[in-house]
Design a protein around this ligand. Structure first.
Ligand code: GLU
Length: 375
């Protein structure tokens, strides 16, 4: 049994598979949702943050619109997603409200997590919601996504969200209680593996193409999700949600597979940033700003003295101190033209200088790696 205490984690992403929420007739399992909401409320009350990535829109909407999922065309499924999503989020909203928690809906496309400009927006909004103790309910924006621009399964979406938010745990709840050496549905000799430290190509092959009828993810997408998340410093847990209080069950020894993260989310993010080769420009800062960065703060426009190069929001730039040495590098919240306009300005003057309401920082501390005293 893996030694698992959810209370060890600060920021948790919980992925809920369709088969847990919706039965074959497309009815929502509200009783189960209540128990999940209670678990989330307890986790939050202990000072942690949680976010839910939930499937189920297409399954609910197909039943509402009388669409046969097996024969449906893409536009049928997209229409189903549109009709189902409002009911799905409403169910979460009601269940969480029972514990005094506000829910918020976030619909994402791969561009929002893979494209650095958009990534900064999604990260900013989700971070703000979590700071307000709101529970974001995330799903893929199925109504506009087409085959070529879809995550396709919410396992991968959940892993990308975990990476984006520097979450330290991702729980994939579905109808399977962990990773097995083979499909336990067809091979009685398949063995359950409680803990994985390295995901090997053999494991990806072993995960095969097992699929459930209701959702679109199988074991393969879960292992791929675990690979993305663990590389980002986020431990991943595959567990059964086909029981009441699925999160509480994990902390009391419930069966699952734990994929241990490699390092911490902060270390993974900084390592990635340090390795970004393509620097698009340079932001020169004053002494006060250099000190503030070393104290763990973000770079504010007030500390910027010079802007060099052509860059866009989300590009990697070098941050150079008054002595001409590179202090570090990071992802800029502003283009070179806007950074120049904001040079030396107080955060309250940003809107006046730009003519629109911008971000309060030039480079957020999470998107900044410092040289010398940074690990
Ligand atoms: N986004 C889809 C839905 O809400 C589910 C995708 C999946 O099953 O992974 O219906």
């Amino acid at each position: 049994m893996a030694d698992l205490a959810l209370s060890d984690y600060r920021r948790l992403v919980v992925k809920v598979g369709s088969s847990l929420l919706v039965d074959n007739a497309g009815r929502l399992n509200r009783d189960w949702l209540e128990t999940l909401a209670e678990d989330i409320a307890n986790f939050q009350a202990d000072g942690h943050q949680a976010l839910i990535v939930s499937s189920g829109a297409i399954a609910i909407g197909s039943s509402v619109l009388g669409i046969n999922k097996k024969r449906a065309r893409l536009e049928d499924l997209q229409a189903a997603a549109a009709a189902g999503q409002v009911q799905l989020v409403h169910a979460y909203q009601e269940a969480l409200a029972g514990y005094g928690i506000t829910a918020a809906q976030i619909l994402l496309t791969p561009d929002d997590t893979e494209n650095r400009r958009r990534f900064l927006n999604a990260r900013g909004t989700l971070g703000r919601l979590l700071d307000q103790s709101v529970i974001p309910i995330v799903n893929e924006n199925d109504t506009v996504a087409t085959e070529e621009i879809r995550y396709g399964d919410n396992d991968r979406l959940a892993a990308r969200v975990a990476q984006l938010l520097m979450a330290d745990a991702l729980v994939l709840l579905s109808d399977v209680d962990g990773f097995y050496t083979d499909d336990p549905g067809t091979n009685a000799a398949a063995e359950h593996i409680p803990e994985v430290t390295t995901i090997t190509p053999q494991m990806l092959a072993m995960a095969g193409e097992t699929r459930s009828d209701i959702g679109s993810g199988g074991m393969a997408t879960k292992v791929q999700a675990a690979r993305i998340a663990t590389h980002a410093g986020c431990s991943t847990i595959i567990a059964s949600g086909a029981i009441e209080h699925p999160l509480r069950a994990l902390s009391t020894g419930g069966r699952c597979t734990l994929f241990r993260a490699e390092g911490t989310p902060a270390a993974a993010r900084k390592q990635w940033l340090a390795g970004v080769l393509e620097l698009r420009g340079e932001i020169r800062i004053d002494d006060g700003a250099a000190r503030a960065l070393r104290n763990g703060n973000s770079l504010l426009p007030v500390g910027v003295v010079e802007v060099i190069g052509n860059f866009r929001r989300g590009d990697a730039v070098a941050v150079v101190g008054p002595d001409g040495l590179e202090v570090g590098r990071g992802l800029t919240e502003y283009s070179d033209a806007d950074a120049l306009r904001l040079r030396g300005c107080q955060s309250e003057q940003i809107e006046e200088r730009l003519g629109y309401r911008g971000r309060s920082v030039m480079i957020h501390r999470d998107e900044l790696v410092l040289f010398d005293n940074d690990s």
